[in-house]
Design a protein around this ligand. Structure first.
Ligand code: BTN
Length: 245
């Protein structure tokens, strides 16, 4: 088991976006990993430029990792690694089997969305932005998947509520556990993600105006982590860079 990296998490209050706060902190970071944990965000960003509604009570976390600390082989599957690390983090605090990942970067519970992530690159760092609903499920305005929260899941499993700090520390730990594990090849990451996917979900492509009505089902991942889906006419298609509701 590789040695972990001690959490280096900067706590901030209400910010525009933890991505921008992290960018501003890069210059002083001197090549060390760090993270920003905010109480709330006024300009939270989701995938594809969507708004990520960010009231107090949820996790708004940007993990900043020097590009040199991530093996080139696993860089193409970083969104999958992020999903896996978040799922492992939640399950390390709330024990229950029904937390899953949804390709390419979401966490779901009982078919509802718990959170997601974005990855950006700046000044030799990868900025991994993670949003997870801990206490509040902000309403969905764009026909996306219904939201739920970790604490609702914990309650239904008869377990105590968790805090955003607990979750941030657990995400840090799980992230470094995966990226520092030299046996975590790209193939292993893809296999682990596929095993953690909820293949029973009905998926829809996200379009610029909402959701495509055609129902899709996840079938398998290829060696690059691209998703093959089963379409309603019985044919298959492999998706590379799309977002799904
Ligand atoms: C998604 O659309 O599913 C991804 C959402 C990612 C939101 C997080 S919250 C922390 C970080 N700061 C942002 O502005 N966005 C990411």
């Amino acid at each position: 088991m590789p040695v972990g990296v001690a959490p280096n998490i900067h706590h901030v209050g209400d910010v525009d976006s933890t991505m921008e706060v992290a960018r501003a902190m890069l210059v002083d970071a001197k090549g060390a990993p760090f993270a920003v944990l905010a109480e709330s965000q006024s300009k939270g960003r989701g995938t594809g430029g969507r708004v990520w509604t960010s009231p107090k009570g949820n996790l708004y976390f940007t993990l900043c990792i020097p590009e040199t600390s991530i093996r080139a082989e696993i860089v193409p599957v970083l969104p999958l690694i992020t999903g896996l690390a978040c799922r492992e983090a939640i399950m390390s605090i709330v024990s229950g089997t029904n937390f899953y990942v949804k390709w390419p970067n979401d966490i779901v519970h009982s078919g509802k969305k718990l959170g997601g992530s974005i990855v950006e690159s700046e000044g030799g760092y990868l900025l991994v932005g993670i949003g997870i609903n801990v206490e509040v499920a902000p309403p969905v305005t764009d026909n996306g998947r219904d939201p739920t929260t970790v604490n609702y899941a914990a309650e239904t499993l008869g377990q105590p509520k968790i805090t955003t700090l607990q979750l941030a520390e657990a995400v840090w730990k799980q992230y470094f556990k995966i990226i520092l594990d030299t046996t975590a090849s790209r193939k292993a990451v893809v296999e682990n993600f596929e095993a953690a996917m909820d293949k029973s979900l009905i998926l829809h492509r996200r379009t610029p105006t909402g959701r495509d009505p055609e129902p899709l089902r996840a079938v398998r991942l290829n060696e690059w982590g691209h998703l093959t889906v089963l379409k309603s006419d019985g044919t298959e298609e492999t998706l590379v860079a799309e977002y799904l509701f």
